[in-house]
Design a binder for this molecule. Structure first.
Ligand code: 5AD
Ligand code: SF4
Length: 479
C-alpha cells in the first residue's frame, strides 16, 4: 500500500485512476485534519457506529481504516469530533433508530465547533431519506451511499473544502475498487467481501434496490486479500455476500462458489472458512460435496427459509417450496452429519394465514435449527409486498411471533445440548464480558464457549471439553 502513497504530490491534480486517486485524497485529508488538530490543540477523534448486517460491519472497517489513515483517533460517540453512522434499512425500525440518534448528535454539535456528522449505508440509497435529511437535518455534513464508500477520503476532503453539506449518492455501479486501507476489529479473524449487491428481488426485501445489481470480485483479488490477511495473523475468514451461492456467475471467466472455496482452502495458514448468506435456491450439489470434504470450511450453514408455507414462499419470490427446502436440508446433513443449521424467518408477510404460519412452525420442528433469527414483517416502500393486499393485523403478528420464538428457543436449547461432554476445538475471541478470568471462543459450528483463561489466549485454537450447555452457549474447560 505504501508504494501507492509514496510519490504523491498534492500540488499535482488528483489522478483519475483508482485506488491511486483515493490515496491522493487521503494525503490531502491528512493535511486538513492535521491543521484542525493544531487549531484545537488536541488530536481529532472519530466514532463509526454500525447498524445492520455483517456487510455493514465490514464496510465500517473500511471507514475506520480511512479515518485512522488521515489522522483521526478513535473515541466514543459522545466525545468524537467526526461521527459517522453506517446505516441499515432492511426493516423500518432501523431507520427510526437513526433519526433518533441524529437528534441527540445535534446538541453535541452545538457545543463542539470541530464536529462533523456523516451518514452512509443502505438507508441513504432511499431518495425520500436523503430529501428528509437535506431539508430537516441541515447539521449533517456528509451523506453518501453504498456504491461509493471507496471515495470516503475524497468526500471528507470535499467537506473540508466546501464547508457545506456534501451529498453523493449513486443509483448503481459496476465498479469494484480494490486495495484500500481498512482497520480490522479482530486481529485473528476477518470478513472478506466476495460479491456485492443482490439480483433476487424477494418481494419483501429492499436490499436489491439499495445495494444494486450483483457484482462478484475476481477470484485472484479475493485470494490475494486473504493471503495478506493470513500473513497479518488472520486464521479465520467469513466470506460475505447477499447470496454467495450465485458468486462468479457474471465474471468474465465464470467460476462457481464451490470452486472459489476450493481455491481458498489451499491458502496455507488459513484455518477456518465461514460464509454467508446462502440462498436455498442456488445451493448446489457441488457446494455440498465440497463442504463434506473440506478440512477448513466450518460446520455451520446459515440457510434463510423465511417461511414454511410454499404458498407464501411463492408470494415472497423465493423460488423453492417447503418440500424442496427440506430435501436440501437432508442432502446437506447426509454430506456433513454434524453441521449446525441456522436460519432467518419472517412472520406476518401479507396474506399469511394461521395455516401458513403452522407450516412455518412445522418446518422449524422438522429441521430443528441450532438457532433462528425471527423477524416481524416490515413494509418497505418500493418493494412488491408493500402494495400487496391482506397486510396481517399487528396483534395477530405479535401472537405468531411469540409462538415462533418459543418454539425456536426450545428446539435450539435441545440441539445445542447434544455436544455436552465432547471435546472440541475453540478459537478464543475475547476475555469474557462478565468475568475476566474467563475467555469466550467459538466452535466450528459457531456455538460460543466460555472457559477459564486470559487475554494472552486470544486468537489461539484450544481444545475444550464442553461441560455444561446453557441453552445457546457452553461452559467448558481446557483439556
Ligand atoms: N421485513 C422483515 N424482515 C426482513 N428481512 C428482509 N426484509 C425484511 C422485511 N421487509 C429479513 C430476512 C432476511 C434478513 C436479513 O432480514 O429474513 O433474511
Ligand atoms: Fe433480500 Fe432476498 Fe436478496 Fe436476501 S436474497 S438480500 S432477502 S432480496
Amino acid at each position: 500500500m505504501n508504494t501507492i502513497t509514496s510519490g504523491i504530490n498534492l500540488s499535482d491534480p488528483a489522478p483519475h485512476k483508482e485506488p491511486e486517486r483515493q490515496y491522493y485524497f487521503i494525503e490531502k485529508a491528512k493535511e486538513y485534519v492535521r491543521k484542525e488538530a493544531e487549531e484545537a490543540g488536541r488530536p481529532m477523534t472519530f466514532c463509526v457506529t454500525t447498524f445492520g448486517c455483517q456487510m455493514n460491519a465490514r464496510d465500517s472497517e473500511k471507514l475506520r481504516g480511512i479515518l485512522l489513515e488521515i489522522g483521526y483517533e478513535e473515541a466514543s460517540e459522545e466525545e468524537a469530533d467526526f461521527v459517522i453512522f453506517n446505516t441499515c434499512t432492511v426493516r423500518e425500525n432501523a431507520n427510526t433508530r437513526v433519526y433518533g440518534r441524529l437528534g441527540q448528535l445535534k446538541s453535541h454539535k452545538k457545543k463542539n465547533p470541530h464536529m462533523k456528522i456523516a451518514l452512509c449505508g443502505c438507508m441513504m440509497q432511499e431518495p425520500e431519506v436523503v430529501e428528509k435529511l437535506r431539508t430537516s437535518y441541515r447539521f449533517v455534513d456528509l451523506i453518501f451511499g453504498t456504491h461509493n464508500i471507496y471515495k470516503f477520503a475524497e468526500l471528507i476532503t470535499a467537506v473540508y473544502e466546501s464547508g457545506r453539506m456534501v451529498i453523493d449518492i449513486w443509483k448503481d455501479t459496476d465498479k469494484i475498487v480494490e486495495d484500500l486501507p481498512n482497520d480490522r476489529k479482530y486481529s485473528f479473524k476477518s470478513g472478506v467481501n466476495i460479491m456485492f449487491g443482490c439480483n433476487n428481488f424477494c418481494s419483501y426485501c429492499i436490499v436489491p434496490y439499495v445495494r444494486g445489481r450483483e457484482r462478484s470480485r475476481k477470484p485472484e483479488a479475493i485470494v490475494r486479500e486473504i493471503e495478506r490477511l493470513v500473513a497479518d495473523g488472520v486464521t479465520e475468514v467469513m466470506l460475505l455476500g447477499q447470496n454467495v451461492n450465485s458468486y462468479g456467475k457474471n465474471l468474465e471467466e465464470p467460476l462457481s462458489f464451490a470452486e472459489l472455496l476450493q481455491k481458498i482452502e489451499q491458502i496455507e495458514g488459513l484455518h477456518r472458512i465461514r460464509f454467508m448468506t446462502s440462498h436455498p435456491k442456488d445451493l448446489s450439489d457441488e457446494l455440498i460435496e465440497v463442504m463434506g470434504k473440506s478440512k477448513k470450511i466450518c460446520k455451520h450453514l446459515h440457510l434463510p427459509v423465511q417461511s414454511g408455507s410454499s404458498r407464501i414462499l411463492k408470494k415472497m419470490n423465493r423460488h423453492y417450496t417447503k418440500e424442496q427446502y427440506l430435501e436440501l436440508v437432508d442432502k446437506i446433513r447426509a454430506a456433513v452429519p454434524d453441521i449446525s443449521l441456522t436460519t432467518d424467518i419472517i412472520v406476518g408477510f401479507p396474506g399469511e394465514t394461521e395455516e401458513d404460519f403452522l407450516e412455518t412452525l412445522d418446518i422449524v420442528r422438522k429441521v430443528r435449527y441450532d438457532s433462528a433469527f425471527t423477524f416481524i414483517y416490515s413494509k418497505r416502500t418500493g418493494t412488491p409486498a408493500a402494495t400487496m393486499e391482506d397486510q396481517v393485523p399487528e396483534d395477530v403478528v405479535k401472537d405468531r411471533f411469540d409462538r415462533l420464538l418459543k418454539e425456536v428457543q426450545t428446539i435450539a436449547a435441545e440441539v445445542c445440548a447434544v455436544h455436552e461432554g465432547t471435546i472440541q476445538e475453540v478459537l478464543v475471541e475475547s476475555v469474557s464480558d462478565h468475568d475476566d478470568h474467563m475467555v469466550t471462543g467459538r466452535l466450528s459450528n459457531n456455538i460460543l464457549v466460555h472457559f477459564q483463561g486470559d487475554a494472552s489466549m486470544i486468537g489461539d485454537y484450544v481444545n475444550v471439553k464442553l461441560d455444561q450447555c446453557k441453552g445457546f452457549y457452553y461452559i467448558g474447560e481446557q483439556v
